[in-house]
Design a protein around this ligand. Sequence first.
Ligand SMILES: [Zn+2]
Length: 396
Amino acid sequence: MIYQPPFWQEPRKTAFESVVKEIDGDKVVLEETYFHPEEGGQPADKGTINGYQVKDVQKVDGVIVHWVEKNDLEVGEEVEGFIDEKFRYYCMRAHTGAHLVYGAGRKVMGDISYAGFDIGKEKARIDFETDTHVDNKKLLKLEELCNRVILENRPVRWKVLDREEIESSDEIAFAKEIPEGEKVRIIEVEDWDKGVCSGTHLENTIEVGRIRIEGKKKLQEGVTRIFFSVAEKALRKDYIDKKAVLRTTDILETGTRDMPKKIRALQSKLETMEKKVDELESERIEQEMENFDRYGSENFNLLVQTLSTEDVEKLSHKAKEEIGNDEIMIIINERETVSLIVGVGEDVEDISANRIIRSVSQEFGGGGGGTDRFAQGGGFNVDIDNLKEFVINLLI
Ligand SMILES: [Zn+2]
């Protein structure tokens, strides 16, 4: 006969009396316990035995073992157990919620299998084996179905069945491997989900309160994890989201439903403006490039320009285009730091753009590089006029 822990029949009982059966250090076994061990994704109950904190509850070789803080309990002693009611109730809600999400998953994703479950502090997760791509639309549908079933207040029942009965049924889900033994425990949310489960549940769906699908994560090909929160945890997140939405509608001066439309309109306006700014900046750079300071030398013409632009890429591109064969072009750009572009025309001999950048870096820090014909650098610790003077002295 399968061992049927008392919390299966009475999940709401959180105060009980029992007798210490075995003690080994901090490990305590009772004749009978209502403490749920960490099992099947449900965390261990919290609580006390004769006032001593229960730190953990695990099933060891089929026996429920309590890890109790330093105590003077003795074998044969009568004890009182108290289970943290709030935490147990949260687990009952989350566990019942998982059955609702699973049932909804079958409807939304079609052919699914159960691949794991866990109740966390803020949210729970359930893993589905499915080839269906779970997009936002499907997540919304899952949430809608779950909350509809909550409001319908369907009964939740549990019973112990013969193993054969379960193996011949294809509607029983929520556990890939049926635990060993002749008898198996089944949880059933009326006309919604039927699965093998050893956890603690509510007797109805309405007490789940609210389910919020928090998101998904693709664990591997064919396995998708769905995160969900229940009851107060879900409501608190609703509130936080609503606050953010209201703040956004205030900023956008629009209603909730028009938010996406308004944001898209702003995005498109921004793109147009960026394009315009880009064009104006191009024009400005072109104009400035017509006003180089020119210095003559026997072997080349030196052109020097100082300016300020963020669009260094455009500047560098333009410089490359404009260098005459007998010219050396120096562009000093001052933005957050001072940067330098050096171009050396094809007919100019014995002068390397790369070497000029290196000399500047040696003198003023920063860095950069390039070829003999074209190089650029930046991060120099010098002001624009002193750099100009330095480079001119270097060349003439
Ligand atoms: Zn369950």
